[in-house]
Design a protein around this ligand. Structure first.
Ligand code: NAD
Length: 424
């Protein structure tokens, strides 16, 4: 039996535990869980039948037991990944760590070094690399069918309501408490771009700002809370009461299902949600909040030898989806949401079929990653070259860190060799 422990029992860690238990029931035992929220610890502990004496309210308490599992999932929020991973490395856990590693690049490198010194493996949850959509992209690029890859355009369309929930009102709205929005939202995209070019970036430049979700755009007379008598409430698309309570089901976005996050209660009632919106961060006006992360940003990456990429992150889209365009000398791959088409110039155009349609867990990426992690733990993983070990994800974290320096200096071109020599 492979023994699994998990710290931070939110949506991500729970997803991996569920996949492991559903699909590998006979091989996996969930032996310990940890969360700072007592109710969450109870709910998840009960759901996975974890013994009472193996439920911990702090990572320190779990680590005090020594190494009690083979694999450890770190599913806490961004700013805590490194501090939790350090003692886990010392104990020799094989780690499945949610992305991003850290907003501080030197810290990422230090963590990778510690893991290497201890002979410990850390797999970073770049789930999109395990989705057969992007695996197909990688295969086609590598096969040479579209010639030399010259240009990549990626756009992360966050969705206006998703941005308001997560980056204006929610967990990623203040950079100092979490990470820049580019790192939180687009480290997957930059990781994919890096993976597709498969060579070090030469330089990076970036432009971006918090353009819209700030006081200059507040409607006249706007109140701090939407339920505080705001005169603009009726016509405001960001009205918290509409987003979290009254929107009809067909219009309700995933935000309507975030009741526990809003209230801190497992079985929250409508009254609990109203109470949370009257006084809590999710009920505040999106123009008068304390958010400081960018709502739009572009990153240009020069990979040398005429190869470049442009990534755009934007809050300003109706839906949440990625669009991508990979341009080679002999053909192109055009992707939007779940569709992907290969056009080989003057020859043929082919829709790229995939095993699965769109599942909630990043296509089949969450499943692919969770099962791959189990294979690594069991010593069965055949080809480790394409696993997102921490060492493989350092280059994309470096590009993002360099992009943030560039953005703060109005798009100054940052040579990666200068970035590495100055940040390490
Ligand atoms: N791979 C992906 O595609 C993907 C998608 C979304 C989020 N994420 C990342 O996954 C991480 C978790 O996101 P989530 O949405 O599951 O968050 P969440 O808020 O739902 O869950 C985090 C949990 O960690 C607990 N926690 C916080 N600090 C803790 C500590 N010090 N010790 C123990 N428990 C602690 C919280 O009580 C909470 O239950 C974040 O870093 C996020 O950026 C990754």
């Amino acid at each position: 039996m492979l023994k699994i422990a998990a710290i931070g029992l939110g949506s991500r860690a729970t997803e991996y535990l569920t996949i492991m238990q559903l699909l590998r029931k006979k091989e996996v035992e969930i032996v310990a869980v940890c969360d700072i929220a007592p109710q969450v610890l109870k709910d998840i502990g009960d759901r996975f039948n974890v013994p009472e004496n193996r439920r911990y309210l702090s990572a320190d308490a779990l680590f005090a037991e020594g190494k009690i599992a083979d694999g450890l999932i770190i599913g806490t929020q961004d700013a805590t990944h490194v501090e939790i991973a350090r003692p886990a490395i010392e104990l020799g856990y094989t780690i499945l760590m949610e992305k991003p590693i850290s907003g501080n690049y030197a810290e990422c490198v230090d963590l990778a070094k510690r893991a290497e010194e201890k002979g410990v493996r850390i797999v970073v949850c770049h789930v999109l690399r395990y989705w057969d959509y992007y695996q197909k992209v990688k295969q086609i690029i590598t096969s040479g069918e579209m010639g030399k890859l010259v240009t990549v355009n990626h756009t992360e369309n966050i969705g206006y309501f998703h941005f308001a929930h997560s980056y204006v009102r929610g967990d990623w709205h203040v950079e100092a408490d979490s990470t820049p929005s580019l790192l939180a939202k687009c480290c997957h995209d930059i990781d994919l771009i890096q993976w597709f070019f498969d060579k070090p970036a030469v330089s990076v430049s970036s432009l971006g700002s918090l353009e819209y979700f700030c006081a200059k755009n507040a409607p006249e007379g706007a109140t701090e809370f939407c339920l505080g008598g705001c005169p603009a409430k009726k016509d405001c698309v960001y009205d918290a009461e509409y987003h979290y309570i009254t929107s009809p089901l067909h219009k309700s976005t995933f935000v309507k299902f975030k009741k526990r996050r809003l209230t801190g209660k497992a079985g929250a009632t409508k009254a609990d949600i109203y109470e949370a919106l009257r006084t809590g961060q999710f009920g505040k006006c999106v123009y008068l909040h304390d958010n400081d992360v960018c709502d739009n940003q572009t990153v240009s990456i020069d990979f040398g030898d005429g190869q470049t990429a442009l990534h755009t992150m934007t809050a300003f889209s109706k839906g949440c989806f990625r669009s991508c365009h990979y341009m080679g000398t002999k053909g192109e791959l055009v992707g939007r949401h779940n569709d992907l088409r290969l056009n080989v110039f003057g020859k043929y155009s082919r829709k790229i079929g995939r095993k699965l349609g769109h599942l909630p867990g990043h296509g089949d990426g969450d499943v692919g990653l969770a099962l791959r992690f189990l294979k690594i733990l069991g010593g069965e993983a055949e080809n480790l070259d394409d696993v997102t070990f921490i060492q493989q994800t350092l280059p994309s974290h470096a590009i993002i860190a360099a992009a943030e320096i560039s953005r703060k200096e109005n798009g100054r071109r940052i040579l990666m060799e200068d970035f590495y020599s100055q940040s390490l």
